[in-house]
Design a protein around this ligand. Structure first.
Ligand SMILES: [Mg+2]
Length: 302
């Protein structure tokens, strides 16, 4: 096998995950519109096209940097985030300001570490964009986890945000693994084993113990649904939901969206993880209703 064909395979896997992520993000974001609440209950689709948000925009930078560098280059990643930052895509205020300052010549290392009185952001922003990286490293979940850790520091330096990104990348890598997707229990056990002790890790252990719950609302009440937009309030529930519906994108989406909270982000994480695996692609009609990926991402033309 040539290096190019290996890279192509990595890219194709990551692109499949990115497409799932963008469908989850774009369709999920439609359910912030109060007029669409009844549709959510009925599992009915709002009229397209659906625009994606910051989750997809940042994930495109992750994939562009992997394609160019075959690993996470932090300077290139921060530069891509800043250059492609579209203020109207629903970024949080801290990241909006950070990316504007980086674009104006600021040092991402100083700016990201100074957020929140020097604690760094614990938001879910580095987890929401990272599933395609996990799919890229499908044959190496340890490397997926390591590269996700490095990627988080460019914007989110709090330990919980870093571990949240590691967990999502680990999940996507395990789902995309050459031997086929694991059982729900094995998936969450595998993720727990790959992440350090943390609130995210504790949430994931709780999620593992709740895999037999049928009611997502009950689970979200315990694990969180992203309402606080923190990594620890978002990632355990998203991975619980992904684990239960591997191979069934539609079911994964509706269960996740109906739990409310930070719906575009929980659905972006779930969509990116589920679409990393075989039979996890979104329905063709859903994908067709999502705005095209940006033309600055090489190889993304539909
Ligand atoms: Mg968003």
């Amino acid at each position: 096998m040539t290096a190019d064909s290996a890279t192509d395979r990595h890219f194709e896997r990551a692109l499949a995950s990115l497409r799932g992520l963008s469908v989850g993000d774009a369709l999920g974001s439609r359910f912030f519109v109060p007029a669409n609440y009844p549709l959510l209950k009925e599992r009915a689709l709002p009229p397209g096209p659906w625009q994606w948000t910051d989750d997809t925009e940042m994930a495109c930078s992750v994939l562009a940097v992997l394609a160019a560098h075959r690993r996470v280059d932090q300077d290139a990643l921060a530069d891509s985030f800043a250059r492609h930052h579209d203020f109207d895509r629903g970024y949080g205020p801290a990241v909006n300001r950070l990316l504007r300052l980086v674009r104006e010549g600021g040092d991402w290392r100083q700016l990201a570490s100074a957020l929140f009185q020097g604690q760094g952001s614990w938001g879910n922003g580095s987890a929401m964009r990272i599933a395609p990286l996990g799919a890229w490293y499908a044959d190496d979940p340890e490397q997926a986890t390591h590269q996700a850790e490095i990627s988080s520091y460019t914007t989110h330096q709090h330990r919980e945000a870093v571990v949240g990104a590691m967990a999502v990348a680990a999940a996507a890598a395990l789902v995309a693994a050459p031997g086929g997707p694991p059982t729900p229990e094995a998936l969450l056990d595998g993720v727990v084993a790959l992440v350090p002790r943390s609130a995210v890790g504790a949430g994931l252990r709780r999620a593992r113990d709740m895999l037999d719950y049928r009611d997502a609302g009950t689970v979200a009440a315990v694990l969180g649904n992203g309402r606080r937009t923190s990594a620890h309030d978002t990632v355990p529930f998203a991975l619980w939901s992904a684990a239960r519906s591997l191979g069934d994108f539609e079911e994964a989406f509706w269960v996740t969206a109906q739990a409310g909270g930070d719906v575009d982000t929980t659905c972006a994480i779930v969509g990116g993880v589920v679409a990393s695996g075989p039979a996890g692609a979104p329905p063709a009609q859903w994908a067709a209703d999502v705005e095209a990926l940006p033309d600055w991402l090489p190889g993304a033309a539909a």
